[in-house]
Design a protein around this ligand. Structure first.
Ligand SMILES: C[S@@+](CC[C@H](N)C(=O)[O-])C[C@H]1O[C@@H](n2cnc3c(N)ncnc32)[C@H](O)[C@@H]1O
Length: 222
């Protein structure tokens, strides 16, 4: 009898464990295979892609590239591949910039694996330097470079860097540009703290606020 009870407890425990995992799993299926879990970014990725459909986005700029490829869907977001896949289906193009040759090399492998090389350009550079010379009009700006951490000094540097990125590309943003910022729901305001405050003073509004924050101009209609 005791063995039967232990058996049931183990079975229910295992079933509960897998059910919990299944409920938390947030895929972008059918856009990308179900097995990739985008977790805290899934809903904002979906929203931004729906809005890119509406504005017929052509030029996507990302700072901080997908250093772990699709394997990093849950941890880093894998946005280079998500937006690259969207770009392939919509005749658009992703420019992703990263200061680390290693991050670029890893992202490049995944871009090739996913057959996205015609739709994704990877640039090895400091993001602010790159954005200052970028001369196309930007439809989606995705800010996700300088890593945030628990160290208040690093937090401030990261926040200042993301503000610097926005200022560097500000002149290339049009009336319907979407700006998505990653790693915002973190202690002391995350990567977006300074840039969001700056944008709000200049006629931008938040339309999605979660782990990521999505902003558009006050005049944006959708
Ligand atoms: C969180 S990862 C980017 C994740 C990626 N956006 C994704 O969705 O998978 C941050 C990246 O920013 C890069 N980075 C850090 N400082 C940078 C800088 N000053 N300019 C450009 N990239 C930088 C790092 O090398 C790292 O690869």
């Amino acid at each position: 009898m005791a063995i039967k009870i232990i058996g049931w407890v183990l079975l229910l425990g295992t079933a509960g464990f897998f059910l919990g995992k299944f409920i938390k799993h947030k895929s972008l299926y059918p856009f990308l295979p179900f097995r990739h879990d985008f977790r805290k970014r899934r809903d904002s990725f979906r929203l931004v892609m729906a809005l890119m459909d509406r504005i017929k986005a052509r030029v996507i700029v990302e700072t901080g590239t997908s250093r772990e490829g699709l394997k990093g869907a849950k941890s880093n977001g894998a946005a280079t591949i998500v937006f690259g896949t969207w770009a392939k289906a919509n005749n658009a193009h992703v420019h992703s910039v990263d200061i680390s040759p290693k991050s670029i090399a890893n992202a490049e492998k995944e871009v090739i694996r996913q057959d996205l090389a015609d739709y994704v350009s990877l640039h090895t550079s400091d993001s602010i330097a790159f954005l200052k010379t970028f001369n196309e009009s930007v439809d989606l700006l995705y800010l996700d470079s300088y890593d945030y951490s628990d160290d208040p000094e690093v937090q401030l540097k990261s926040q200042e860097h993301h503000l610097g990125e926005f200022k560097a590309i500000e002149a290339k943003l049009h009336d319907n540009t979407l700006v998505l910022i990653d790693d915002c729901d973190l202690p002391n305001g995350g990567k977006g703290k300074l840039v969001i405050a700056y944008m709000k003073e200049r006629g931008w509004k938040i339309i999605y606020e979660g782990y990521q924050v999505l902003l558009v101009r006050d005049s944006f209609s959708y």
